[in-house]
Structures are given as structure tokens and as C-alpha cells.
Design a protein around this ligand. Structure first.
Ligand code: 13P
Length: 261
């Protein structure tokens, strides 16, 4: 067992408006309480759309809930003339602990490159927001058996220019593109192979304290009935959950199964 805190993060993607967000977080909080889960066992994070964050903040801070929250993306720019962008400083003012960067849906829909992802990480770190860096291969790359090289290259390029001190606390999420929203899950062995390779690369480039403290998540069709198996490897420290995080009770059940593994 590692001493890294188990992290269960729910990426809602473009689901739930701010009213639905309030009811989902309330139900999640109740269900976690019923399940007798608290922050001594795991860290639970919700990552709603931007327009929900203020409502989620008000609820979590007002009711002193132990949940944390974050954003799904951030601008590389400081505040200024960048129509439609959201600055890291704005997320910081809203109390966001985390921000997802480099999700494969943004890489695909918005042509985000590793260079841009690195710039977003820099913007987040400057505001003391923890990036959750998403990396992972396509089905084609897995079939060609280039998945480890491809994913480690994404890691290298997305973290280019940072040193170990800057990256302390960063979270890496291994999300194979073919497993996202498909019901197709990587096997526990697939998840473990990549998490171990990522940790070894962090060790090689930044030294063992950073490698030993960095949390590496798996994401891609994680559900209540497969989470324990996925978390079987000591190198997998939690999950980035899409569809199964949209219902408060379902996400709490998943968290419970993860803690019980
Ligand atoms: P699903 O759990 O819906 O497959 O989504 C995974 C994901 O992309 C989380 O960021």
C-alpha cells in the first residue's frame, strides 16, 4: 500500500446545468455520509462545467462539505482580450482545487497539442491549482503496440520545461481514448502497466520523491463494479470517472467500492 491518498474525481463533461449540479452534489454528499465515507479514506472531487462552479462552490463551502471541486479546462492566458477563455486566476477565486488539462476530448475537438497543454499547466500552477494531466493512446496505437511510447511522449511533452519542485502535487490521469465512454475498460493489467511506466518515467526525469508522491489515476468506463479491480495495482491511485459520476448515489457507491478494494 502506498501512502498516496486515493483520489476519485468525477468529470461531468458537458452534462448538468447549475441547478442539476446543486442537486447532484447534495445527493452525492448524502450518499457519501450514508456510506460512512469521509476524507480520512479518500478524496472525492467533482469537475462540473464552468457555469456550475459558483453554485457548487456556494454549496460545498456553505455546508462545509469535504468534497473538492475543479474545472475541466483553463486558458493558457492571463486575463485580457481572449474572448470565451477562462483564466486560472478566476478558477482560483472560485476555490477550485483542480483543473483537468489535455483531456482527449479537447485534444480531438479543439486540436489541443502537448505544447498548449504545457502552457495550461503553467497557468494553473501559477495560481496554485493542481492540474490533472490526461494522457492516453488511441485504439490504433494500442493495436500497433505503440501505446506506451505514445503515452510517455505525451507525458514528456506536456511537462516540458518544468522541474520537480514545480510539479509537486500534479495528478496524471491515464485515459486510453478507446475506453472513454465506450463501456470498454482497460484490464487491470493494462492500467497497471501504464501507471508503472508513467511512474518510472517520472522517476527517471524528476527523481524518486516526485515519482513516489505523484498520484496516477485511470480513466475510461470506470464503474462501481470494476473500480476495485482497476485499482488493484499499487501504482494506480484512483480514478477519473465520466458517466458514472453524473449521479450522486452512483458516484458515492463507486467511491465506496474503491475504498473497500
Ligand atoms: P467515462 O467514464 O464516461 O468513460 O469517461 C472517462 C473520462 O473521460 C473521464 O475524464
Amino acid at each position: 500500500m502506498s501512502d498516496r491518498t486515493l483520489l476519485l474525481a468525477g468529470n461531468w463533461k458537458m452534462n448538468h446545468d447549475h441547478l442539476e449540479a446543486i442537486s447532484t452534489v447534495q445527493k452525492l454528499a448524502w450518499a457519501l455520509e450514508d456510506a460512512k465515507l469521509d476524507e480520512s479514506q479518500c478524496e472525492v472531487v467533482v469537475i462540473p462545467p464552468f457555469t456550475d462552479i459558483r453554485s457548487v462552490q456556494t454549496l460545498i463551502q456553505g455546508d462545509k462539505l469535504w468534497l473538492r471541486y475543479g474545472a475541466q479546462d483553463v486558458s493558457r492566458h492571463a486575463p485580457g482580450a481572449h474572448t470565451g477563455e477562462i483564466a486560472a486566476s478566476f478558477l482560483s477565486r472560485l476555490g477550485c482545487t483542480y483543473v483537468v488539462v489535455g483531456h482527449s476530448e479537447r485534444r480531438a475537438d479543439n486540436h489541443e497539442t502537448n505544447d498548449l497543454v504545457a502552457a495550461k499547466i503553467k497557468a494553473a500552477l501559477a495560481q496554485e491549482i493542481t492540474p490533472i494531466l490526461c494522457i492516453g493512446e488511441s485504439l490504433e496505437q494500442r493495436q500497433e503496440k505503440t501505446h506506451v511510447d505514445f503515452t510517455l511522449n505525451q507525458l514528456d511533452e506536456s511537462l516540458a520545461g518544468f522541474d520537480a519542485a514545480a510539479l509537486e502535487g500534479i495528478v496524471i490521469a491515464y485515459e486510453p481514448v478507446w475506453a472513454i465512454g465506450t463501456g470498454e475498460t482497460a484490464t487491470a493489467a493494462d492500467a497497471a502497466e501504464m501507471a508503472t511506466a508513467i511512474r518510472a518515467r517520472l522517476d527517471e526525469k524528476y527523481g524518486s520523491p516526485l515519482a513516489a508522491s505523484t498520484r496516477i489515476l485511470y480513466g475510461g468506463s470506470v464503474k462501481t463494479d470494476n473500480v476495485a479491480e482497476i485499482l488493484g495495482s499499487d501504482d494506480v491511485d484512483g480514478a477519473l470517472v465520466g458517466g458514472a459520476s453524473l449521479s450522486g448515489p452512483d458516484f458515492a457507491a463507486l467511491c465506496k467500492a474503491a475504498v473497500a478494494k
